[in-house]
Design a protein around this ligand. Structure first.
Ligand SMILES: [Zn+2]
Length: 386
């Protein structure tokens, strides 16, 4: 394929502060962009655009980097809309429903899981996601977790081993044995994953248990991430910092000390407002984190229990409306922030050399993604792989 010029872009967000208006989102108005060999080769004002083999007219539309959804549980069988209805009627979420998804997922064939997860990935993609992270965690036995890791690899290179999601029923009276299994044989069979993650929270794994699993993951060459402080503050943020996790996710309940320590660290905080929405929990304040200098990512947390969300623009709208982010901050966090949470420099921005993963909106300004929630505003998705 030859070079392609995308021109007549009304508003381009590059997330490259060296380009355009000097803001973190690197805004260029009346812009153009040249793609060559799947990479951004040139970006700037349309009036100065070089020639290319193919020319595409954006007709004044806004263009943003493809979304980087850095936290999903995309591979599962079944659904739990009844729990959502019960919660909306006043019940509290305590993490217990995961066992239902584990039972359904264990019973499902490879073909069924593959078909279901591909549909969800297609929904994410249609909404502008070009990079996705996918976790295991709904089998909780050695062969089953290895199967989920293999299925996740069919979708993405950002595969996370989450054998420590919850303690399965058959180990309820011997948690220690389950943690040893996860850190031992299960980790060995899931060594092909890139990441190890643990659900470290009240009702899931303690800080000590999570530390054992994270250390085993690190010994296998995995980079680390952590589910923390969604339900309660049990000290999981200290563990994430101690283990130098790339990202600590949820962070609904944070002490002032946690916020301060996160601001002094390189660990990204990934906020998942779809979970607060779907569990009717209080939203964390993104403003408080931003003021402390914390790097934020936004992700869907797509899972059947607490956030069956496959729209990043919905997440952006929630972040703006409910968590105090500006539209630019939310769009940056849903793109470059997600890339930081995955320690990726080649995605989440449209600076020269980046992968040409981008979204042409059916709107003249990127702000429409938050301003018009619930509307389908993605006109085209360009992905360097395709
Ligand atoms: Zn999660």
């Amino acid at each position: 394929m030859g070079s392609r010029l995308l021109t007549n872009i009304g508003e381009l967000l590059t997330n490259d502060p060296d380009v355009g208006d000097g803001s973190p989102v690197g805004r260029v108005r009346d812009a153009a962009l040249v793609v060559d060999d799947g990479r951004v080769a040139w970006v700037g004002p349309a009036a100065r655009a070089p020639d290319a083999d193919e020319r595409h007219d954006a007709q004044g539309a806004a263009v943003v980097p493809g979304f980087v959804d850095s936290h999903t549980h995309l591979i599962f069988a079944g659904e739990r809309s009844d729990e959502f209805e019960a919660r909306m009627a006043g019940e509290r979420y305590d993490g217990g429903g995961i066992a239902r998804t584990v039972a359904a997922t264990r019973a499902a064939s490879d073909e069924h899981l593959r078909a279901q997860s591909r549909r969800r990935w297609a929904q994410l993609r249609a909404g502008g996601v070009t990079t996705v992270e996918v976790k295991s965690g709904y089998a909780l036995d050695v062969a089953g977790e290895a199967r989920l890791v293999a299925l996740a690899h069919e979708l993405t290179e950002e595969v996370t081993f989450l054998g420590a999601h919850v303690v399965p029923a058959e180990f309820a009276s011997d948690r220690e044995a389950y943690v040893s299994l996860v850190a031992g044989e299960m980790m060995e069979r899931c060594a092909g994953a890139k990441w190890t993650d643990v659900f470290c929270d009240r009702g899931a794994f303690s800080v000590e248990e999570a530390r054992e699993v994270l250390r085993a993951g690190r010994a296998r060459g995995h980079a680390l991430r952590l589910h923390a402080n969604q339900i309660a503050d049990i000290g999981a943020v200290d563990l994430a910092l101690e283990m130098e996790c790339a990202s600590v996710d949820h962070c609904t309940h944070l002490s002032d000390r946690d916020v301060e320590r996160l601001g002094d660290s390189s660990t990204v905080v990934t906020l998942l407002p779809g979970a607060e929405f779907s569990t009717r929990a209080p939203y964390p304040s993104a403003r408080r984190l931003l003021e402390a200098g914390v790097t934020l990512a936004l992700a869907t947390d797509c899972n059947p229990g607490t956030s069956y969300v496959t729209s990043m623009s919905f997440v952006v709208a929630l972040a703006v409306r409910e968590m105090g982010m500006s539209v630019d901050e939310a769009l940056w966090s849903a793109t470059r922030g997600g890339a930081r949470a995955l320690r990726r420099d080649d995605v989440g921005h449209l600076g020269v050399g980046a992968r040409a993963d981008l979204v042409v909106l059916d709107a003249p300004r990127a702000a429409h993604l938050a301003y018009r929630p619930g509307s389908s505003l993605v006109r085209e998705v360009w992905c360097a792989d395709e």
